[in-house]
Design a protein around this ligand. Structure first.
Ligand SMILES: [Cu+2]
Length: 177
């Protein structure tokens, strides 16, 4: 009896240690912290970050890089007039490894469902057959660029990169007014 008791005691202790260990693991990447720090320091100056204060312009250039990022996440355009948007890849990596595109989606698109459909469209460079697409660039690698033109009605539209794993970070909004 005594032997059994001590054995279960050990097992419980083991479980406790295991759960404590997993709780200590940090899930958030260090990048999050640095972002917070930079935004906290810039709030003291009256000038906001250029990436968040887009001027209204229908000539848009978005840069993407080897760090899986767009340089702007909010674009303001004039509704009812053609928008010319150029996506540039300022990195060096090949499109098979760090490819980027920019897909403009209709307002109200289920982005999770759309991204899943895009994953299955590898042979179409991750552009699925979808009525939710307003316009999309080509998939590009380092040093390349792709230009598209489209016209928006007033509203807010999401844009994403559909290369696998990128849409969670490579996303933004186009506000047409
Ligand atoms: Cu991308």
């Amino acid at each position: 009896m005594k032997k059994l008791f001590s054995f279960t005691g050990l097992a419980i202790a083991g479980l406790f240690i295991a759960s404590c260990g997993s709780g200590e693991q940090k899930d958030k990447p260090a990048v999050d912290h640095s972002n917070h720090e930079t935004s906290a320091t810039t709030t003291s100056t009256p000038v906001a970050e250029p990436s968040s204060t887009a001027a209204v312009s229908n000539e848009v250039v978005v840069e993407s890089d080897d760090q899986m990022k767009y340089n702007i996440h909010e674009i303001k355009v004039k509704a009812g007039e053609p928008v010319s948007l150029t996506l540039k890849h300022v990195g060096k990596m090949a499109k098979e490894v760090m490819g980027h595109n920019l897909v403009v989606l209709k307002a109200g698109t289920d982005i999770t469902a759309f991204t899943e459909a895009a994953l299955k469209a590898k042979d179409k460079e991750y552009i699925p057959e979808s009525a939710d697409i307003i316009a999309h660039t080509k998939l590009i690698g380092g040093g390349e660029e792709s230009k598209i033109e489209f016209t928006l009605e007033p509203g807010t539209y999401d844009y994403i990169c559909t290369f696998p794993g990128h849409a969670g970070i490579m996303k933004g909004k186009i506000i047409a007014e």
